[in-house]
Write a protein that binds this ligand. Structure first.
Ligand SMILES: Cc1cc2nc3c(=O)[nH]c(=O)nc-3n(C[C@H](O)[C@H](O)[C@H](O)COP(=O)(O)OP(=O)(O)OC[C@H]3O[C@@H](n4cnc5c(N)ncnc54)[C@H](O)[C@@H]3O)c2cc1C
Length: 525
């Protein structure tokens, strides 16, 4: 059979979530993934024999618990490990600040840096719990129009919240809560991760909120590992999809959408195969979908202009390594130590991060980069050969284009800079690295199709979230082409391995397949 209810372009985790919900509802669904592996940015690859590397995304926690339950992902192999401490930040003076999951225990560590901040920290955690109570329900539903959304914020307290989250920088927010540079530093990375912004850029308080919605083992505001690597999430999703009757074809890229009188009727693959469907859901980003896959002139010029204006800049690279042993951190001696069982962030102050950002604005890889490092093998031995370890580093700032050179030529220098920076805190790092790879923003774009190498399929700053995502007027997963939907992180609520965009898109598609009850365009029958 060559005609489907739904063809999903791209088997990223969101495409798989959408496919599973649609398949379970009885739709005949085909997923076409260009790569030989499903999962998009949520994959684990055996880059070197025995070493299972999280090539792109590396920490779990954002996947909505509702999706985990509804799709029975545990039955299909989904397992996570909550790590504790969550963060271990080493400082040049040899001290380390560890943030434990338990707020009181974390406060005891913070007291070594500031008694006042130690008192503030449990209240800060409560503050985020309160914010997340408002944000979490918004994630698993199409975004309300802005005017409606703002009605939620009608009291002075909630007005303050809007100002803090959407208009302020992470620095503004953290300055209000804390006095110690070290405490602010350990709380700041989530505000800029993957985003070409510094901690002083207005709007980064929202980026912080976006990354605080993690939920694992009943704990909120936390990160953990997917057992076996991030690919474990995608494998569980693919198994759930297959169980729901979905067909998944890998190694099949979509070259173009087939459009007839303003409606999509199918796709043409790179091999020239034509596949027809009532609905096409694109897991590719908005620029790829509308500027590359949709036939030229099939979309309104104003819409195309908006899509061209989506900010999708690279900010980071990955440095992944196979290690013969764990490196020793001067600030947290021993191997393994707490550092290896947590996220180690090298970014000792907000000023350090801001400087690193400013280098990238000038088209340079940061002279002193912000490095987020994890050693999954220290808690999950399944990802490395016995006695050996993995290290994954998310390194900022790495602009999409380097001034005066290109990424391929620059990679050896970038590697030296990264290893030199790590060596300031873990002097034996060079002795333990057996292999490494650098995945630059152009590599991310070439392999996954994420425009500019932007890890979220478009920045998640306040001007590009909620009803602004992907562009104003089109935040309900539908598009100007009848029967075409977005189901990936280019749509609300944006990036991260949340599954939310796939979930929400599936609900809208089902509504439309059943007849467009809410005045929606419906889909061709
Ligand atoms: C380097 C990096 C680090 C990250 N770290 C984290 C992290 O630690 N934790 C976290 O939660 N999030 C992280 N993120 C973000 C998160 O991984 C992404 O937001 C999320 O995985 C995106 O999922 P998606 O399904 O929306 O899209 P994608 O993962 O982009 O999937 C899109 C899929 O579509 C396929 N495709 C594209 N075009 C075509 C075509 N024409 N035909 C067929 N197939 C096509 C692609 O190959 C891909 O498989 C990271 C991302 C990156 C890149």
């Amino acid at each position: 059979m060559n005609s489907w209810d739904v063809v999903i372009v791209g088997g990223g985790h969101n495409g798989l979530v959408a496919a599973t919900y649609l398949g379970r509802a009885g739709a005949r669904v085909l997923v076409l993934e260009r790569r030989d592996v499903v999962g998009g940015a949520a994959v684990t690859e055996e880059t070197w024999p025995g070493f299972k590397i999280n090539t792109y995304s590396y920490v779990a926690g954002l996947l909505r618990p509702e999706i985990v339950q509804e799709l029975e992902l545990a039955k299909f192999g989904y397992r996570t490990i909550l790590y504790d401490p969550q963060y271990c930040m080493p400082f040049p003076d040899g001290r380390a600040l560890k943030l434990w999951v338990d707020a009181d225990r974390a406060a005891t560590e913070i007291a070594k840096f500031s008694a006042r901040d130690a008192r503030a920290y449990p209240k800060y955690v409560e503050y985020w719990d309160h914010v997340l109570e408002l944000l979490e329900p918004v994630m698993l539903a199409p975004p309300a129009p802005l005017a409606e959304m703002f009605q939620m914020f009608s009291t002075p307290e909630t007005e303050t919240l809007v100002r803090d989250l959407f208009l302020r920088s992470a620095q503004d927010l953290l300055d209000e809560w804390f006095e110690s540079d070290e405490v602010k530093a350990v709380l700041a990375p989530n505000a800029v991760i993957g985003t070409l912004c510094g901690p002083n850029t207005p709007g980064t308080a929202y980026v912080l909120a976006h990354h605080n919605v993690g939920n694992l083992d009943g704990h909120s505001q936390v990160w953990g590992f997917s057992v076996g690597g991030m690919g474990g999430i995608s494998r569980a999703l693919a198994a759930a999809a297959t169980d729901a009757g979905v067909q998944i074809r890998t190694g099949v890229g979509v070259r173009s959408l087939v459009v007839d009188h303003g409606a999509v009727t199918g796709v043409e693959t790179s091999a020239g195969e034509k596949i027809s469907a009532r609905v096409i859901a694109s897991n590719a980003d908005a620029q790829t979908t509308f500027l590359k896959l949709a036939p030229a002139d099939s979309l309104p010029a104003e819409f195309v202009k908006e899509v061209r204006g989506i900010r999708s800049r690279g900010a980071a690279l990955k440095f992944n390594a196979a290690l013969s042993a764990l490196p020793e951190f001067t600030a947290d001696p021993g191997a393994p130590s707490d550092a290896h069982r947590s996220t180690v962030d090298i970014a000792p102050s907000l000023a350090y991060m801001e400087r690193a950002y400013r280098d990238a604005l000038e088209g340079r890889f940061s002279d002193r980069p912000f490095i987020e490092m994890l050693f999954q093998s220290a808690l999950d031995p399944s990802v490395a050969p016995p006695g050996k370890h993995t290290m994954t580093c998310f390194v900022q700032y790495a602009p999409t284009q380097l001034r005066g050179t290109d990424w391929e030529s620059f990679k050896p220098q970038a590697a030296d800079r990264i290893l030199d920076t790590i060596a300031e805190y873990a002097p034996n790092i060079r002795n333990v690295v057996e292999h490494f790879q650098i995945i630059s923003p152009p590599d991310i774009e070439a392999t996954l199709g994420m425009t500019g190498g932007n890890i979220f399929q478009g920045d998640i700053t306040p001007d590009q979230i909620l009803s602004f995502r992907p562009v104003p007027g089109w935040a309900q997963y539908r598009t100007p082409l009848r029967g075409l939907y977005l189901c990936g992180s280019a749509a609300h609520p944006g990036g991260g391995v949340t599954g939310a965009a796939g979930h929400n898109a599936a609900q809208i598609i089902l509504e439309d397949l059943r007849g467009g009850s809410d005045g929606s365009p419906g889909v061709p029958s």
